[in-house]
Design a protein around this ligand. Structure first.
Ligand code: DX5
Ligand code: ZN
Length: 221
């Protein structure tokens, strides 16, 4: 049985009150940290110093999503800052195998992310070394976009290939779309707006987890 994990994205949180925002999502399984360099994506978010600062006030594992052009040059900074899992993009300029090796040498779990137009083939040679594959369900760069249901076949394909690691979806995940992703075989769900714009983030996290669990079990029973 796969464990369903909810990873709220702090991109949608109040950066002026990050410690309190993290308290509101203490019931989550991971914390999704979106790192954008204004080059790989047309937006700039936060970097390693902020990750190091919030690591001191948060016990939930950090799922760091690097939307940056040269991840190989920065994985060490993020590992030292407190990332538990480091996810970089297949479309970046860094060699995929070398970047995975470096993440492992730093004692962290490695994941590779796929933009919507990138096929699953890009990650197939590395599957046995990856703790997680991230199937993007929006074009990376901004929160608050609509879920691309046409990405679901990529998840099905990964499971059909026998991949038993975590499959994460990121972008437009809410109480409804989480069911589509779980039914396809995903088990890690990033949610920015859905969690932080809700009145009761803890209840929203519980609902997302329950909806995912039900959809996943329905599909696999
Ligand atoms: C988009 C980021 C996402 C984003 C998701 O580039 O990778 O993690 O924060 O935000 P929502 O859940 O609002 O679509
Ligand atoms: Zn993300």
């Amino acid at each position: 049985m796969m464990t369903m994990k909810i990873s709220p994205s702090i991109l949608a949180s109040d950066y002026a009150n990050l410690a309190q925002e993290l308290d509101r999502i203490a019931a989550s399984d991971m914390i999704h940290v979106d790192v954008m360099d204004g080059h790989f994506v047309p937006n700039i978010s936060i970097g390693a110093p902020v990750v190091a600062a919030i690591k001191k006030v948060c016990r939930v594992p950090f799922d760091v999503h690097l939307m940056i052009t040269d991840p190989l040059d920065y994985v060490e900074d993020f590992a030292r800052a407190g990332a538990d899992l480091i996810c970089f993009h297949a479309e970046s300029n860094s060699d995929i195998g070398a970047t995975i090796d470096k993440i492992h040498a730093l004692g962290k779990q490695a994941a590779v992310a796929l933009k919507p137009k990138t096929p699953v083939d890009a990650v197939v040679p590395y599957l046995d070394r990856l703790a997680m594959v991230l199937v993007m369900t929006v074009e990376p760069g901004f929160g608050g976009q609509s879920f691309m249901a046409d990405m679901m076949p990529k998840i099905t394909q990964l499971r059909a290939l026998g991949y038993q690691g975590d499959i994460e979806v990121d972008g437009g995940v809410n109480a409804d779309t989480v069911k589509l992703a779980a039914a396809a075989g995903a088990n890690v769900f990033v949610a920015g707006s859905a969690v932080f714009k809700s009145d009761d983030p803890a209840a929203t996290i519980a609902l997302l987890r329950q909806n995912a669990q039900e959809a996943y079990e329905k599909e696999t029973e």
